[in-house]
Every structure is written in structure tokens, then in C-alpha cells.
Design a protein around this ligand. Structure first.
Ligand SMILES: [Zn+2]
Length: 332
């Protein structure tokens, strides 16, 4: 079990008046008495990127609850008994196995037949090495050899796969389609709506992808220095090289040795920008930036939306990310 550091977090649009649930359609107090179409389905999404897709695909046909609320780090979130109950009573739970162990457990116990696990659809790619190991063993780690980690079972189950599939527009679009298909199975009357809505999402993602491809075509640097290693898909898609300071999970503290190692790499690479994230402390990025005389810009892994997010939804935040990338990498 990885450290469960973050206390939890049920942000139900229905239960908490935080105004923080991304104004999911039908979930903002409109509820059953919403005008026109009624929300017939209760759908739970485990965290923001899935909330966004369900909201777009289901529209008014679902009341949507998100388990990991605004501003919360979805990695390793715990669930309250009430959140577990929400999982149990939902018509459909949309989640990504392997990212949030507490959600995996709740689904297994409460909703094994009423859940859509998008992880197989997203076809996760492997990461080079695991975050906790990286942080814990930074000292012996100069060579990047994989073998030295062989046989170290410290209980976490990231499985060497990068969970941040939503930062790849194509994978994210596939997940939108899978959500539409599953919704159509449980609500056949809405099938056409779901299909049409998913196609609109895919089209938006295709346009976003085109802008990224064009915007990142000519850059002075292709080295992307981030705090937690969330941008592997984005880097792979647009031919950037990600250097994550803390690794794949955001809550591992880099050792002084790791910070020194990263600082040396940053200087070698002639990087001008360290990317920090909105919901994490930027102390790590700032430390490296100070040591290397570089600037800090924000790059948002879109794991959660907050008032500090540089946009109102996934697409807007991703466009702000593109602006930060073109600025920090010197793209023209
Ligand atoms: Zn992450």
C-alpha cells in the first residue's frame, strides 16, 4: 500500500455545496426537477478527467458525482464511507484502475458489475521506472539501471505504467467513446445522444492535438522539466523529453541528492524553464530553478480543477498548457 497521505475527499455535487464539481450537467441543484430532460442515471466519476468526459458525453441524462473533488490530488485518495456508499448506489461508476487504490477497492466491493474501468481502453504505456523507488534510491541511482530494482517488492502496484492517459488526446478520445458505449448499454434511449456527444469530444480533442502539433513543431528546447512525471504521454506525442523531478506520483519527496542530480541535468541541457503544478507546492520546482537560474512556469496535469486552474475545463487548461510550453521551450 502506498502512503495514504491525503485526507479525503468526497465532493458530491449533491451533498456538498462547494460549487466545485465542475458544474456537472444536472448536478448543480437542478437535480430531478431540471427543466426539459430529466437525469435518469446516477453516474460516479472517480476524478476530474473522467468527470469531464462523462459530463460531455452524458449531458443532462446523468446526475454526476465525482469522488476526488476540486483541488484534491487524485493519487492515493482515500474514500469516506459516504463516498463508498455513492459508489454502491450508482448506475455506473467510471474509474481508472491502478490510479486510486481506494476507488478500486470500493468498486470491487460495491459495484463490480456497474463499473467501467477505462484503464484497459486507455492502453497505458510503461514508464521507465517507478516514482517511489526513484525517490528512495536516488543516491545509488546514477546509472539508471533497471536491474538494481529487480525483486524489490515494496507493495505499491503502479506496475510501471503511466496512469496519465488523459494527457494524450487520442487515448482520451478512445475513453470518451468507451463511456458512450457503456452508457448506451444501460440507457439505450440515449444511445444516439451519447454517440453524438462523444464524437464532439473527439473532434475537440483532434483540434487540440493539431494545435499542439503545430505549436510545438519548432522549439529551441525539447526538454520538459516537471515536478511530478505526469506528462509522459504528452512528451511522447509531441516529441519532447520529460525530466520529472519527483517521479510518477506527486507526493514523493525528492532527496537532496536527487535535486542536485536534476539541477546538474538542467544545466547540462540548457533548459530555461522548470514547470510547476497548480495544486502542488512549487517549492521543489523553485529550488531547482534557483539553483540553476531558470524560470518557473505552470503546467497543469489536469488531475483536478481549482479556482487557480488556468481555465474552466479540460480543453481550456490544455490550451493554457500549450501557451506555457511554447513560452518555456522557446517555440515559434
Ligand atoms: Zn499524476
Amino acid at each position: 500500500m502506498p502512503r495514504l497521505r491525503t485526507p479525503v475527499i468526497l465532493a458530491s455535487c449533491l451533498a456538498l455545496a462547494l460549487g466545485a464539481c465542475g458544474s456537472s450537467s444536472g448536478g448543480d441543484g437542478a437535480g430531478e426537477e431540471g427543466s426539459g430532460e430529466q437525469a435518469s442515471l446516477e453516474v460516479v466519476a472517480s476524478f476530474y478527467p473522467l468527470e469531464y468526459l462523462v459530463e460531455r458525453v452524458a449531458g443532462d441524462r446523468a446526475d454526476l458525482t465525482v469522488l476526488t473533488g476540486a483541488g484534491a490530488d487524485p493519487h492515493d485518495a482515500e474514500l469516506s464511507p459516504r463516498a463508498v456508499g455513492t459508489v454502491g448506489s450508482a448506475d455506473l461508476v467510471v474509474y481508472s484502475s491502478g490510479l486510486q487504490a481506494a476507488v478500486d477497492d470500493a468498486v470491487a466491493a460495491q459495484a463490480p458489475d456497474d463499473a467501467l474501468d477505462v484503464t484497459p481502453v486507455a492502453d497505458l504505456m510503461a514508464v521507465g521506472e517507478d516514482a517511489e523507488e526513484h525517490a528512495a534510491h536516488a543516491d545509488e541511482h546514477a546509472g539508471e539501471g533497471e536491474d538494481e530494482h529487480a525483486g524489490e517488492g515494496d507493495g505499491h502496484d503502479h506496475g510501471g505504467e503511466d496512469p496519465h492517459f488523459w494527457l494524450d488526446t487520442e487515448r482520451y478520445g478512445e475513453v470518451a467513446r468507451a463511456i458512450a458505449d457503456r452508457l448506451a448499454e444501460i440507457d439505450p434511449e440515449g444511445a444516439d445522444t451519447y454517440k453524438t456527444n462523444a464524437a464532439a469530444v473527439v473532434e475537440d480533442l483532434r483540434a487540440l492535438d493539431e494545435d499542439y502539433t503545430a505549436g510545438l513543431a519548432q522549439c529551441e528546447s525539447r526538454d520538459l522539466v516537471t515536478t511530478h512525471e505526469a506528462f509522459g504521454y504528452l512528451a511522447a506525442r509531441y516529441d519532447l523529453h520529460q525530466l520529472g523531478i519527483t517521479g510518477i506520483s506527486p507526493d514523493s519527496e525528492p532527496s537532496p541528492a536527487r535535486l542536485a542530480e536534476v539541477s546538474a541535468q538542467v544545466e547540462d541541457l540548457d533548459v530555461t524553464t522548470i514547470y510547476a503544478e497548480p495544486i502542488l507546492s512549487d517549492a521543489i520546482a523553485s529550488t531547482v530553478a534557483q539553483e540553476t537560474g531558470t524560470q518557473v512556469l505552470t503546467l497543469d496535469p489536469v488531475e483536478s480543477l481549482t479556482d487557480a486552474s488556468a481555465g474552466e475545463d479540460y480543453l481550456e487548461v490544455m490550451r493554457a498548457n500549450l501557451d506555457a510550453l511554447t513560452e518555456g521551450l522557446g517555440c515559434s
